[in-house]
Design a protein around this ligand. Structure first.
Ligand SMILES: *Cc1c(COP(=O)(O)O)cnc(C)c1O
Length: 404
């Protein structure tokens, strides 16, 4: 019972947790957020350096996004994709322009409700584009593309596959940042390559420039789609609108989600028009995808991000946070891009450190057994960056963590 006290707080008479055991029992229940701060049900304040796993890039309860959702909620909440609604064309147009880094890229967008669904759309599009016999998607080891059966098959973490076999066919994995190994996987059955610019869940591992450029060249040469999963890296987090823009490449398909709604569930799959043209009416659909509450939120998110020049803000804050982390005793190195960072610890267990940081009022997570992930709101201030570094420094210096 005590393990589940947060989940059962609303039903104190229940003797078991009413939620399926897919997550560890939560130790904290958050009830309110503002900017980079969260408050729990005991009114304790926390500095959020995780942003709901890279989702609330504009900070919690952003007033303009909240207003857009509230206005839309009182005007029209849902119709269906049989009819047009107010925002989806505008959001698609804005995304297309950001993918072109300021100039329209000339692609088309499919809206859905999550990252996994955005990748599902990309995988179905790749199969439709490739045609029968040409359906394989090559992804990388340590990648993360989602938890549905198909996106789990794309995810390059074999330990996550085992209990759910058999998985859908048509996926292969290549060694990360190893162009020769990727080339080795390409045969006549391959329709697409799917990669993250920075592997997020896999440990915050950035692609090298040579790798991404080499992959694009191989894909072009063989008529294979280059699909980039920007679900975690997209929308300014890495210091560019999209992570691929650091590499001078132009992918055929781009998937996104997380930051797009600042917490409102929405995903999107963008593709070059020549590729998107493989889809026919009836090939793919979702009841909620592109529905007005989600697109109203996304439209305002994009307007706010453009007005503040979010990529520059993220790059500046990212450099500050990276320097502050490097200066901490007990941090061996810092990797990542913009505000998607991992601090590799000298000796401490990252999960223990994350739990202790939480009790000290700092939200981070252990992305590998030895590395912490930091993905704060892009709006994090210099003062808050130093506050976060101060808490981490105290946690890493404490005897409890060092097992003394
Ligand atoms: C989070 C994530 C996903 C899955 O998104 P969901 O919304 O959880 O389905 C896919 N790819 C990457 C790179 C992610 O970070």
């Amino acid at each position: 019972m005590t393990d589940h006290r947060q989940a059962v707080a609303a039903a104190p008479d229940l003797e078991y947790c009413p939620l399926m055991p897919t997550y560890n029992p939560p130790s904290v229940q958050f009830v309110r957020g503002e900017g980079a701060y969260l408050w729990d049900n005991n009114d304790k304040k926390y500095l959020d350096c995780l942003s709901g796993l890279a989702v609330t890039s504009l900070g919690h309860s952003h007033p303009e996004v909240a207003a857009a959702i509230a206005e839309q909620a009182s005007r029209l909440q849902h119709v269906s994709n049989l009819y047009a609604t107010e925002h989806n064309g505008a959001v698609a147009t804005k995304l297309d322009k950001l993918i072109g880094d300021g100039t329209p890229a000339g692609g088309q967008v499919f809206f859905c409700n999550s990252g996994a669904e955005a990748n599902e759309a990309a995988i179905k599009l790749a199969r439709r584009f490739g045609g029968r016999g040409r359906h394989t998607v090559v992804a990388a080891f340590q990648s993360f593309h989602g938890r549905t059966l198909t996106t789990l098959a794309a995810t390059g973490q074999p330990q996550k596959w085992e209990t759910f076999q058999p998985l859908p066919e048509g996926f292969r994995h290549a060694v990360w940042n190893d162009l020769a190994d990727l080339e080795h996987q390409l045969d006549e059955s391959v329709a697409a390559v799917l990669l993250e610019p920075v592997q997020g869940e896999g440990g915050v591992n950035p692609a090298t420039v040579e790798y991404f450029q080499g992959v694009q060249a191989l894909c072009e040469e063989r008529g294979i789609l280059f699909m980039v999963d920007e679900i975690q890296t997209g929308l300014a987090r890495t210091g560019r609108w999209f992570g691929f823009q650091h590499y001078g490449v132009e992918p055929d398909v781009v998937t996104m989600a997380k930051a797009l709604g600042n917490g409102m569930p929405i995903g999107a799959c963008w593709a070059k028009r020549s590729v998107a043209a493989s889809f026919q009416p009836g090939d793919h659909a979702t009841t909620y995808g592109g529905q007005p509450l989600a697109t109203a939120a996304a439209r305002r998110v994009l307007d706010v991000m453009m007005a503040m020049d979010a990529p520059t803000v993220a790059a500046t804050a990212g450099a500050e946070l990276s320097a502050a982390l490097e200066a901490i005793d007990g941090v061996a190195s810092v990797r990542g891009t913009g505000l998607l960072l991992a601090a590799e610890l000298e000796s401490a267990d990252a999960r223990v450190v994350a739990a202790e940081a939480l009790s000290q009022g700092l939200v981070v997570n252990g992305v590998t057994p030895s590395a912490l992930r930091l993905a704060p709101p892009l709006t994090i201030s210099t003062e808050q960056i130093h506050q976060a570094a101060g808490i981490l420094s105290a946690v890493l210096g404490s005897t409890r963590i060092n097992g003394a």
